[in-house]
Design a protein around this ligand. Sequence first.
Ligand code: SF4
Length: 185
Amino acid sequence: MRPRVLLHVCCGPCSVYPVRVLLEQGYEVMGLFYNPNIQPLQEYLLRREAAEMAAGELGIRIIFQDRDAEPRFFLRQVVFREDNRCFLCQQMRLERTRSVALRGGFAFFATTLMFSRIQPFEQIQMLGKSLETGKCTFLDQDFRTGWHQGNEQSRAMGLYRQNYCGCIYSEFERFRGKLGPSDEQ
Ligand code: SF4
């Protein structure tokens, strides 16, 4: 029987390379889309659809946990702690992945966040390892080596590509330049 891994999927494009690698390594892969950080809802739906499309193309099952997508859930985790929001955001998603993996009897859990060259790899690696239990091991793999390949493949699949990380803070940071000069003295 193949070892089972529950793979946290942050978005469709980031899932392509890690899923292919894990399948080649002999794992049985199931995706988990749990990303309450993605706001607003229309953006969430676009990324959700892309994750579903990618899973279909790659031939894996994916489960969606949408209940926490209501904005106040994520905002209450980070408000007044914005300077540490990325750590809290990664922790929330990895903790949920580990807990679903444990409930489902998966021997491993992993995340597509470790594909991204934009995300803080070492921090996510450390978080994942800190959540390991005797029954469920964090798959510590550097998927960034397939950055170009994965992006090319996801473009060929026609997957939606986002232009900011996910939360409304990151959307503001990405587009704040459009505000023009500040009126503050
Ligand atoms: S910038 Fe990205 S990782 Fe950081 S809190 Fe926002 S969505 Fe999460």
